[in-house]
Each structure stands twice: as structure tokens, then as C-alpha cells.
Design a binder for this molecule. Structure first.
Ligand code: GLC
Length: 755
């Protein structure tokens, strides 16, 4: 690369730069966000993850001195120096994110003798990977990395290496896995003094080495494309998430029922089985809103069909379930069975909607239905067609769609790089579209459901990309009933949450392998706080419904599902906040306590919003838990004992007890226990008060299912209480079904205040 600056030019929001024959630009998107674009010989391609309404608009000034370009916005300073190295400073002039001075060093894993022997045997002895480009940043001031979407391992990603390449790998997923089903090329770096985010807008196979190769630098590399990333400045993690979700979008509010409990299994393969599950839920008084139909509801795994023997009169059956408060979610995979006369196959073939071999023939691989073909979801016409296929399901009463196998998974080897896909109007290849496949499938599903059902679509996906939160929720795929997977669920969901995906969950109890009674009891204690609250297990594993493990576990299970149902309005308020700011429902402690070094690596505790701290037991045989309480005062949720924060405590945690704490000075809204959302009419707003300093709480209310709230049909209240004086005021009043009463209950004294 040429060393020195040849010229620069300001063009609207861009500062165009030329260093010899290397061209690039910095584009000021907002005062806090800058795009870095450097040509590396590819076509200009953006992934489509960004929101359509992101218009560069930040204010900035440019100066040049001694060949260094200095761009200042009200929130950051960017300096571009020789060799097109870019450093980001805060407005006080402290360096925050610095390009690394120097080159990558060899990995140093092979001795000279190893290398000689390898070469002698005709193998390569090179330790450097061949990447199309590499962006190398200084690691010196970095305490931790978070985000990166759905990765295995721990909360803090520093020291690990990951890849962005959506992968379906059924082996038990351990911390050495480089890639899982989702690719979200976004990281948050917590530095000694502040915080920043980097979003790499590339769908190509990319590599995120977070300091595994070196303790001096970290790097991001990709197999193709131009260097195209967004720097997001922030004083804290929340600011960075808000910036990132400004770029890539936020989800609209979920339907309220989706926050309830979901029961699933691969598979409940007949109406009788489903009916039995539903009846057992009610008989055992386990609140439940949703039952999932896995692949066996279909005829020979043909998507958009129902097996007409095992699911005869599915419409009527789904209507009956609805009378008892159950909603049905059906799985839809992308692989379309190659079968003459099957309408989905025929329509797709006729219109050229499936991805193709370079010679123009339709590409085939194998998935559940055997020989299958794959819709080309990057093409808008295909998405419209696919969305349209959902009309039939909506008419049958299906309330949500579960998208699976959309990496895309394929049983006869991976799709070759050169399979022909479309991205909008452009013809391209699998190499570019692989990581976007699940994203566009979810988009097609969302748009189809929105069109036919009209309500806020409920979509779950396994594979996705940055920005998929606009269309879908996600689950973490095929985990196992292993304690290590219960442990991993916490950092996995927290990092996904920090990567824009706030509505997430793991298969509660574990998908593969057999759950023990103890594991099940502990998993529900974590699961009841995950936004997506679904128990799911694989065919051939031990049945995993709540009543399969004896009375003790059933009672424990009920206790935590009931707890979740009482907290539904709290969760819904958090989703309302998330829609406005991107701040997720589940949060690592570091998000609120960024100066507390105890929580940088906190893997086994999390926050639900700002008020509730959960420190579950995630080890076999453990009945005492070491709990860290950050600054402030904290109430034990069950006993109401008050603890001083800033210390570790040991909590007795017998099998039925999950340590849960509520911040002193909190108001928490609650619902009565219901067997499903809507079973009872809620006309009293009830809040629990945990005494402390004056508590203030924002509560949100709407119809819980339609898009009317976007037209102002909602109420938003500010409630404050200091133990004596209570105030309830409207921030917004637009929803006619208002509460009749409001009561605040002091959880310590039992005193009730009526407003
Ligand atoms: C995949 C999914 C799993 C599902 C199974 C059968 O393994 O990840 O959740 O049950 O396919 O559809």
C-alpha cells in the first residue's frame, strides 16, 4: 500500500481519500457513527442489513496537517494517517480505537523442525491464512469484547477466534466452535476508559480474531468484498447498541402471547399427541400459550402441506386449540421437495425461483424431504411468492412461523461457492448470499405473515444476519441436555441480545441428549427469563415436558413458569424500551455497571431490564450459589431480605430456588397468574414496590397484537412512588381500554396504596 496521502476531497457526507492507487472514504453517518470504506478490488456491495432510512447526516469539520486528515464531529475525532491508517479519539483527545502499527506476526505454532518436516512431506508449512483483506486494530487498551452474535463460549470474547459463516453442526457445541448458525459481524469493545462498536457490513465468510493470535492486536478479515465498516462511538455499551440498532434496525413489539410459555418437541406428530400435550398442560396447571408443530405435521416434509391423516381437518383442530388458549406455530424449512405435481415445487420451477447451477439448471441437494431445491430469497419476487404461500397457513389459524435449516443446511455436502443466487437485481453467488439466506427467508416470512395475518408477525429463525431483528426472533439451535450448555446459554443469549437480537432463547432442557430431573429444574430457572421461552427436544431423546420428571420437578417448573407469567407486563415494557432504543431485555451486568471490574467476565448472572438480577445455579449438585451484587441495595425476590451491593454473598439455593434480586427503589408491574395470555381481563394495574429511594417506572399498554400502536393507539404511564406519595401520569394517552385502577403493593410491609 502506498504510504502517503495524495489527495482528499469532501463530497457531501464523505471525505474521499487517495493514498497512491488506494482509494477510500470516511462517511459521517451521525455525530457518533462513521463508515470506513476502502476499495480492495471488489464491486461496491452492501449487504442489505442496514435500514432503508439511514441517511448520512452527522455534522463534521475536516482539517489537514502534515498529511494527517482530522475529521471532527461533536462526538468524536477521526485521524487518518499514512498508509490509510485510521484512529478514533473521543472529544477530549483520548485515543479510543487505533489501527495497529505493524503487521501480523506468524502464529508461531510450528517449530522450524515441524516446518521442515511438513515441507519434506509436500505439505504447506505457512502459518498465515490467505485473506482478501485484513483490518488490524490495536488491542492494548481493550478489557473485553462483546457481541459477535451467536457464538459459543463465554461472555467476554477477548482471546478467541471466530468465523462468520452460518453453520449447522450437530456436535455438542463447545467453546472451541468457530461458527454457529448465525453471522452478526458486530463487536463491542470495552476499553479502559470507554467503549466503541464496529459493524463490518460484509456477508462474505469473515474472520474475527479477538486476540487469539496476538496480545498486541486483533483483526477482522474476509474472503471477498471491500473493507466496509461502521465505527460507533459511545460512552457506554448501551450507547453503542443504540447506535448499532439505529443502523440495522429494531424489532417491532411482539404480540403479547409470544412472551408466554412455548412447548415443543421434534415432533408431536399427530393431533392426538398435540391434544394430549395441551390437556396435560392445563391439567398440571403449567401456563402455556404456544405449541410448536415440528416437521412431522407435514406430508412427507413438504412445506405448506399438512399430513391429512395425522392432521385431518387441521383447521378445526387449530380452532379448538385456540378455544383453550393455545396458539400454533408451524415449522417451515427452505428445502422444497423435488416432486412433480407438488404445487410449491411446480410454481417455483415455472417461475425460475430456485437457485441454480452455473449451467442454468436448478441446483439440488438433500434435506428432510430427500432431493430438494432452494428458493432464491435474495430475489424480491421470490420473497413475495414465498410470503404468499403463508396465506394458507394463516387461514388455518397458524399464529407464528418457525424457520429452520436456513443456513442453508444440506445433507449432501455444503452448497458450492459458485451456485447462482440473486441479490436484488444482481446475479451473484452462494459465496455472497450464504450468510444472508436465513435473513432473507425471515424477511419473506415476516412480510407474508404481516400481509395475511395483519398482526405483528411472530417468526423464529435459526440462521440470520445483522439486522434480522427487524423480521424475526431467534433460538440458538441444537444444544444438548448438558450442564455446560445450560452454562453457555447465559453468555450466548447476552451476546446475541447485545448484537441487536433481543427476542432470543435456547431450547430449554436441551435439544439433544437426555435431560436429568435436576438439569430440567435448573434450566427452567434460567429459561423463564429468556425472552423466547420454549422447551424443545429431539426425537429419540427422553421426553422433556414438565411432567416427565416427577412431582418435585413439576412443582418447580410450575413455580418458574408462573413467575414468568406474573412478569409478562415487565417483559413487555422492556420490549417497548427495546423498540425505541435497541437496549435488550436481557442484559449482562456490565451493561449497567461498566466501571465495575467484577462484572467484565460475569458469565453466570444476568439482568432482566435494570431492576431484576438473576444469579441461577448452573452446576450439577450445587445448592449454594456465590452471588455478586453490584453497587446499590438488593432485595431477595423470595424472602425480601435486603443486601448491600458491591459484594459477593453466598445464597442457599436448594433445587427449587433460583437466586433472584430486585434493586431497592424498584416498581415492577405484575399480572395475576394465568394459564395463557388473555385468560383473565386485566383492568387493574398492579405494581410491586421494593422500598428504596424514590422509584420511577414507565409502563406501556396497548392491544398486545395489532400494529395500531404505531398510529398512537397506546397508553404510556409514568408512575413514581417513595413509600408515601404515589403519582401516575400519562406520557401518552391513545388507547381506549385503559386500566380502571392502579395499586402499588409494598413487598416488605404488605401495605397497599391505591391510586
Ligand atoms: C433441526 C432443528 C430442530 C428441529 C429439527 C427437526 O435440527 O434445529 O430444532 O427439531 O431440525 O425439524
Amino acid at each position: 500500500m502506498e504510504k502517503n496521502l495524495l489527495k482528499y476531497m469532501i463530497q457531501e457526507q464523505k471525505v474521499l481519500l487517495e493514498y497512491g492507487n488506494v482509494k477510500g472514504y470516511l462517511e459521517i453517518i451521525t455525530d457518533e457513527i462513521a463508515r470506513v470504506y476502502i476499495e480492495t478490488g471488489s464491486e461496491i456491495i452492501q449487504t442489505g442489513a442496514l435500514c432503508d432510512d439511514v441517511f448520512p447526516s452527522g455534522s463534521f469539520e475536516v482539517k489537514e496537517q502534515d498529511g494527517v486528515i482530522c475529521i471532527s464531529t461533536p462526538k468524536m475525532i477521526i485521524k487518518v494517517r499514512d498508509e490509510l491508517k485510521i484512529d478514533f479519539y473521543d472529544t477530549d483527545g483520548n485515543i479510543v480505537c487505533k489501527d495497529f502499527d505493524g503487521k501480523r506476526t506468524q502464529k508461531n505454532r510450528l517449530s522450524e523442525l515441524d516446518k521442515a518436516l511438513l515441507e519434506q512431506e509436500g505439505h504447506s508449512a505457512s502459518e498465515e491464512e490467505e485473506y482478501h483483506y485484513t483490518v488490524i486494530k490495536d488491542l492494548q487498551n481493550i478489557k473485553a469484547f462483546y457481541g459477535l452474535g451467536d457464538k459459543t463460549g463465554y461472555l467476554n470474547k477477548k482471546g478467541y477466534m471466530y468465523e462468520m459463516w452460518n453453520t449447522d453442526n450437530p456436535d455438542p457445541q463447545l467453546e472451541n466452535f468457530k461458527a454457529l448458525y448465525k453471522s452478526i459481524p458486530f463487536l463491542i469493545a470495552l476499553t479502559d476508559t470507554s467503549c466503541y462498536g464496529l459493524y463490518f457490513d460484509t456477508s462474505y465468510h469473515s474472520y474475527f480474531d479477538m486476540g487469539s493470535e496476538s496480545d498486541e492486536y486483533y483483526y477482522i478479515a474476509a474472503e471477498a468484498g471491500n473493507i466496509d465498516y461502521y465505527y460507533i462511538a459511545g460512552e457506554n455499551i448501551s450507547d453503542v447498541i443504540t447506535g448499532y440498532t439505529y443502523l440495522t434496525g429494531r424489532m417491532t413489539l411482539p404480540q403479547l402471547f409470544a412472551l408466554g410459555y412455548h412447548q415443543s418437541r421434534w415432533s408431536y406428530a399427530s393431533k392426538n399427541e398435540v391434544r394430549e400435550i395441551a390437556d396435560n398442560m392445563r391439567k398440571n396447571r403449567i401456563p402455556c400459550d404456544v405449541i410448536h408443530f415440528d416437521i412431522d405435521y407435514m406430508e412427507n416434509y413438504k412445506v405448506f402441506t399438512f399430513d391429512d391423516k395425522r392432521f385431518e381437518n387441521a383447521d378445526e383442530f387449530i380452532r379448538d386449540l385456540a378455544k383453550d388458549g393455545f396458539k400454533v406455530v408451524t415449522i417451515i424449512d427452505p428445502g422444497v421437495k423435488k416432486e412433480e405435481g407438488y404445487y410449491v415445487y411446480e410454481e417455483g420451477i415455472k417461475n425460475g425461483y430456485f437457485v441454480k447451477n452455473p449451467d442454468g439448471t436448478v441446483y439440488e441437494n438433500e434435506v428432510w424431504p430427500g432431493e430438494s431445491v432452494f428458493p432464491d430469497f435474495g430475489n424480491e419476487d421470490v420473497r413475495k411468492w414465498w410470503g404468499g404461500l403463508h396465506e394458507k397457513l394463516v387461514n388455518k389459524g397458524v399464529r407464528g412461523i418457525w424457520n429452520d435449516m436456513n443456513e442453508p443446511a444440506s445433507f449432501k455436502g455444503p452448497l458450492p461457492d459458485n451456485i447462482v443466487f440473486r441479490n436484488g437485481d444482481r446475479k451473484t453467488s452462494h459465496k455472497e448470499m450464504h450468510n444472508l439466506y436465513g435473513h432473507y427467508m425471515a424477511k419473506a416470512t415476516y412480510e407474508g405473515m404481516k400481509k395475511y395475518d395483519k398482526r405483528r408477525p411472530f417468526v423464529i429463525t435459526r440462521a440470520c444476519f445483522a439486522g434480522s431483528q427487524k423480521y424475526t426472533t431467534a433460538w440458538t439451535g441444537d444444544n444438548h441436555s448438558l450442564w455446560v450448555h445450560l452454562q453457555m446459554a447465559i453468555p450466548q443469549l447476552l451476546n446475541l441480545s447485545m448484537s441487536g437480537m433481543a427476542f432470543v432463547g435456547t431450547d430449554i432442557g436441551g435439544f439433544g441428549s437426555d435431560a436429568t430431573a435436576e438439569l430440567m429444574a435448573r434450566w427452567i430457572q434460567v429459561g423463564c427469563f429468556s425472552p423466547l421461552f420454549r422447551n424443545h427436544s429431539a426425537m429419540g431423546t427422553k421426553y422433556q415436558e414438565p411432567w416427565r420428571f416427577g412431582k418435585e420437578v413439576l412443582d418447580i417448573y410450575r413455580k418458574y413458569v408462573e413467575l414468568r407469567y406474573t412478569l409478562i407486563p415487565y417483559f413487555y415494557d422492556l420490549f417497548h424500551e427495546c423498540e425505541k432504543t435497541g437496549i435488550p431485555v436481557l442484559r449482562p451486568l456490565i451493561l449497567h455497571y461498566s466501571n465495575d471490574k467484577e462484572v467484565v467476565n460475569m458469565n453466570d448472572e444476568f439482568m432482566v431490564g435494570e431492576n431484576i438480577l438473576v444469579s441461577p445455579v448452573v452446576n450439577q449438585g450445587q445448592t449454594k450459589k456465590l452471588v455478586y451484587l453490584p453497587e446499590g441495595k438488593w432485595y431477595d425476590y423470595f424472602t425480601k431480605e435486603l443486601y448491600e451491593g458491591g459484594q459477593y454473598i453466598i445464597k442457599d439455593s436448594p433445587l427449587d430456588t433460583c437466586p433472584i434480586f430486585v434493586k431497592a427503589g424498584s416498581l415492577i408491574p405484575k399480572y395475576p397468574v394465568m394459564q395463557y395470555i388473555g385468560e383473565k381481563v386485566i383492568d387493574t394495574l398492579e405494581l410491586d414496590y421494593y422500598p428504596g429511594e424514590k422509584a420511577e417506572y414507565i409502563h406501556y399498554l396497548d392491544d398486545g397484537e395489532s400494529f395500531d400502536y404505531l398510529e398512537g393507539k397506546y397508553n404510556c404511564y409514568r408512575i413514581s412512588y417513595d413509600g408515601e406519595n404515589a403519582v401516575k401520569e400519562y406520557i401518552h394517552k391513545g388507547f381506549e381500554r385503559d386500566y380502571k385502577d392502579c395499586i402499588i403493593k409494598n413487598t416488605c410491609t404488605g401495605v397497599v396504596k391505591t391510586l
